[in-house]
Structures are given as structure tokens and as C-alpha cells.
Design a protein. Structure first.
Length: 284
């Protein structure tokens, strides 16, 4: 989660000169390139033959959980506010808690739901500093907020459905193939939009940041998170994503000298408690 949290300040810097779609392509494109050596080594060590149905399903999940999620996130931020984006994107644990028992055989308990709801409240404290932003409810931001919510639902369904393939094939192969499929679709969208010219003016520092979010913020945490899906289940694994804003506070303090407010620290404490609730197993 710490690695995932580093993506946000880096992306904020890149957004000064790049469109959200191009940033998404750079992130997942470099992520795919970083995984190629490990993917090649894994397939040589343990050859896996995918059926046409499995390959198509993983490609579809890549479209859902990489391309569509990224598009919803970047478009929603543009149409709404950063505060709303941070709050709505972190609704994923709630959607996962509600949808996992319906889609797969994942245990549902009131304790896990309470943990997810408490986590969202904690995230709200962190994002708003104790003041609920009225922009979340303003009519001109409604469509953007709806897109952001759709992105959270998309990544939730992606995570739930991916568990089946992680259990069968391990964490690396499904991660690589879904990321590859999503990256190819993003590349096609960037090409069709004529956004390739943005890359020409990207500074060396920008390229380094793009490589950073691709390798450290994507290629490293994604296989590890998918491994957790196999070991701990969907709801418990996704619950840890509530910690991303907490690590964001830490990174802001260390890298940007931003001092957290008392409501922000209270929200961080609530989030940690919520994660502990979700992790309780068996639930009481």
C-alpha cells in the first residue's frame, strides 16, 4: 500500500504537462515492461497453457480493471474535484465487501461491513480535514462523481473475479496479462486521440517519474497484492487499501513538509481500526 500511495504525488506532478490518459498509459506500460523478465522466467520455470477462454477472460479483466478503471479515475478527477476523487475511489472496500459474497464464495459478515463503512468515514476525515466538502454534492460535479464511483465498482469487480485465476495460475501471470491487455487498449486510445506528441516534450525528470510509477507504484505492488488475494481472500486483501491515504499523510509530511491536522490524524486512526475489523477472522 505504501508503494501505491507514492503514485499520487508523482501523478500530480506529471499532470502539469500530460493528459490523464497519457499518464495512465505510461504507468501501466512501464509496469508491463518491468514485469517481462519475471513473467518470462516464471513461464520457463513452470509452463502454463491457457485455454482460449481463460485468455479471453483475463484480457477482459484487463480492460475492466486497468483501462476502464484508469479512464474513470482520470476522467472523474477532471470533471469533479480532487477531494471527491480521493473519497470516492477509496469506496472500493465497501463495494468489495458487498459484491464478493454475490459473485464468489466469499464470507459476508456484519463486522466486515462495519469495518468497511468505518474505513470510508476515516478516509473522509483524512480527505476533507474534518469538513465535508460541499463540492461532493454540487450538481455540476454530479457526473464526475458518478464516473469515479463507477471506477471504484469496476476495480472491485476486477479484483473479485481475478481471485479465481490467481488461485489457479499464481499471482504473476494474471497480473501481467491483465495489465498487458489494459495497456494495449490505453495505447490505442492515446493513438486515436493524437496524444503521442505529449511524450516529445516530456522532460527527463518526467520520464523518471513515469518509470517510477510504472515500476515502484505498479509492477511491484500489483503481484504482491494479487498474491494476498490467493492467501487471505478478496475482502481482507482489499481492506488494506484503506491504508493508502494514511501512507499519503506520511509521504506528504516526509517529502512535502505538510503537517497533518488533528482531524486528519483522527481519520488515520479510524482507518487503521477499520482495517483491523476487516481482518478479524473468523468474525464474531
Amino acid at each position: 500500500m505504501l508503494c501505491l500511495a507514492t503514485v499520487f504525488p508523482a501523478t500530480k506532478w506529471l499532470s502539469r504537462g500530460l493528459s490523464p490518459l497519457t499518464i495512465s498509459l505510461l504507468r501501466y506500460g512501464f509496469g508491463v515492461l518491468a514485469l517481462v523478465p519475471w513473467y518470462t522466467r516464471e513461464t520457463r520455470r513452470r509452463p502454463i497453457r491457457l485455454s482460449a477462454g481463460d485468455a479471453a477472460a483475463l484480457a477482459g479483466l484487463g480492460v475492466l480493471g486497468v483501462a476502464l478503471f484508469s479512464y474513470c479515475l482520470t476522467t472523474g478527477v477532471k470533471m469533479s474535484t480532487a477531494v471527491s476523487a480521493s473519497l470516492l475511489t477509496n469506496c472500493q472496500p465497501i463495494f468489495t465487501t458487498l459484491l464478493a459474497p454475490l459473485i464468489i464464495d466469499e464470507e459476508f459478515t456484519p463486522l466486515r461491513l462495519a469495518g468497511a463503512m468505518a474505513g470510508l468515514a476515516g478516509v473522509g476525515l483524512i480527505v476533507t480535514g474534518g469538513r465535508l466538502d460541499a463540492a461532493l454534492f454540487r450538481q455540476e460535479y454530479f457526473l464526475g462523481n458518478l464516473v469515479l464511483t463507477g471506477g471504484a465498482v469496476a476495480i472491485s469487480i476486477y479484483t473479485i473475479l481475478l481471485k479465481r485465476y490467481v488461485t489457479r495460475f499464481g499471482s504473476l501471470l494474471p497480473t501481467f496479462l491483465t495489465m498487458l491487455a489494459g495497456s494495449l487498449l490505453l495505447a490505442a486510445a492515446v493513438s486515436a486521440s493524437g496524444l503521442w506528441r505529449e511524450l516529445v516534450s516530456l522532460s527527463p525528470a518526467g520520464w523518471l517519474l513515469a518509470v517510477f510509477i510504472g515500476v515502484v507504484g505498479t509492477a511491484l505492488p500489483y503481484p504482491l497484492f494479487n498474491l494476498a488475494l490467493r492467501t487471505y481472500g478478496v475482502v481482507r486483501s482489499v481492506g488494506y487499501k484503506l491504508l493508502i491515504p494514511v501512507f499519503g499523510i506520511l509521504l506528504g509530511f516526509v517529502l512535502l513538509a505538510e503537517r497533518p491536522t488533528l482531524p486528519t490524524l483522527a481519520g488515520a486512526a479510524v482507518v487503521v481500526g477499520a482495517v483491523l475489523l476487516i481482518q478479524r477472522y473468523p468474525a464474531s
